[in-house]
Design a protein around this ligand. Sequence first.
Ligand SMILES: [Zn+2]
Length: 259
Amino acid sequence: MFPKPKLRLELRDVCHKSTSLFLKNFDSSKDFAELVETVLTRLYSIPDHKDVSTTGPIPAHTMIPGTRSVTLILRDMDGVAYTTGTDLDSDHKEIHLSLSYLNHVASQKPGYSARTEILGVVCHELVHCFQWNGNGTCNGGLIEGIADWVRLNAGYIPPHWKREAGKSWDSGYQNTGYFLDWIEKSRGIGSVYKINQALCNKEYKNDKFWDHLFGKDVGSLWKEYAESLKKSKEEESDSHGDPNLKMQIRIKKEVEGHD
Ligand SMILES: [Zn+2]
């Protein structure tokens, strides 16, 4: 059982048209607590020791931060959202969500709803309320990558997200999120759990951190990831070039009279 922090909602401008959009798409009594559960399950479920895909040592104890409350604040501001501790006590978190951003979200692409975007953004910010950060020393790209890895796994995937090896492993957000997803698949279920646990009350040192967990430095892991993406793209284009498949498509078109 995970801890159940106090959850609060603060509407700073009830007359703003995005406030009603938010309330229509976010059931605060249900969605908020469910998202907390989603985040804690993905960050803190202890990997199965007997699972063959789990590699390397698993910490003996799971450490979860003592976050006592999360206040979701809707207000008019620039940007999308951010998370902070309150001035008095960092165990009390505040998520600030931009009303003007929600206004822009209302005109989303077909097939992607405002509700999915709201759940996705709140999910990402909730990760910041519950993840470890190496006592503030962790690489910012990794912090953001873990948040988007959770969002990815929870299924709130925006249409512009792409699985690609961008500029560097730590350019953050979905770029690092997909990289972590690959680590989880190639190095075993529980890899992100172990990364997060290794950031608990310990300083983050880039040269030792990854080698200690996966026996390789992060540059080599990133290279391996980029190569695996290239390989799967090649395989994909090979299957598109399949003459058998092309023939089938041509026949289908002829039968349907499209050609
Ligand atoms: Zn973030």
